[in-house]
Design a protein around this ligand. Structure first.
Ligand SMILES: [Zn+2]
Length: 245
């Protein structure tokens, strides 16, 4: 996973915020990296070599606490005991990190307790809210967190391919790579093709809102995107995309 340069720099300079909202397929991985960075004792967090980084990696660091509301965490008592725990100083590290996996499953009472903790809790405590959909969290929590997106590799590849397709439609000049690119779509799955077409549509509407020939291509691609919801082979979809261009 390639991390945003700004985030890498903030980790290295120990300048991380104390509340993050993390979305995207690789959100668990990113949370682990941030947690390691918060407890790391090396020169450039997360150094990956110090004892704290090792313990964080092995999920045995006493100051990295995982709360998984899929189990007990939806209950307000769990969040209340988290609150008491947060006021106990860290054991080993400078910071204490709470990773709220599936945070959207926390009930309103639990979310409100956490909100107060973000606002008035001890300065060493850091909270990472993980969720596939930020809309499911209270807006008051969202507004107090920095949001980070951690797209998975497939999602990232689909985004790049979507951008390539948009460039091709805008320039209308096939290059030596256009045909192999279109053929390569056959190897993707329907979900990836859907993500790719959404990216293409977003880029085209942004960059060429008044070019009728571009809009016509978009119109022809719309049913292909709709068809991605059904059991149609990627090969068929790829052929359909090529004929719509
Ligand atoms: Zn370290």
């Amino acid at each position: 996973m390639s991390l945003d340069e700004a985030l890498t720099a903030r980790m290295a300079r120990r300048k991380l915020a104390h509340a993050y909202l993390i979305t995207g397929r690789d959100r668990f991985k990113l949370a682990d990296t941030l947690a390691a960075a918060l407890v790391c004792t090396g020169a450039q967090p997360p150094c990956g070599r110090c004892n704290a980084c090792r313990k964080a990696r092995e999920y045995i660091h006493p100051d990295v606490v995982r709360v998984d509301p899929e189990g007990e965490g939806t209950k307000a008592e769990t969040v209340r005991s988290l609150r008491s725990d947060a006021f106990i100083r860290p054991n080993e590290a400078e910071r204490k990190v709470y990773i709220l996996c599936h945070s959207e499953l926390l009930n309103q009472t639990g979310q409100n307790i956490l909100l107060k903790l973000i606002e008035e809790g001890p300065v060493y405590a850091a909270f990472l809210f993980l969720t596939p959909n930020p809309e499911l969290l209270l807006s008051t929590i969202r507004s107090r967190c920095e949001t980070l997106r951690a797209p998975g590799e497939e999602e990232q590849a689909a985004t790049e391919d979507g951008a390539r397709l948009a460039d091709y439609i805008l320039s209308k000049t096939p290059t030596a790579e256009t045909l192999p690119f279109l053929i390569s779509l056959e190897k993707r799955d329907r979900k990836e093709i859907a993500a790719l077409l959404e990216e293409t549509a977003a880029r085209l509407t942004e960059r060429a809102p008044e070019r009728p020939e571009v809009l016509a291509v978009l119109d022809r691609l719309a049913p292909v995107r709709a068809a991605c919801e059904f059991n149609i082979s990627a090969g068929h979809l790829a052929g359909w995309i090529a004929s719509a261009l």
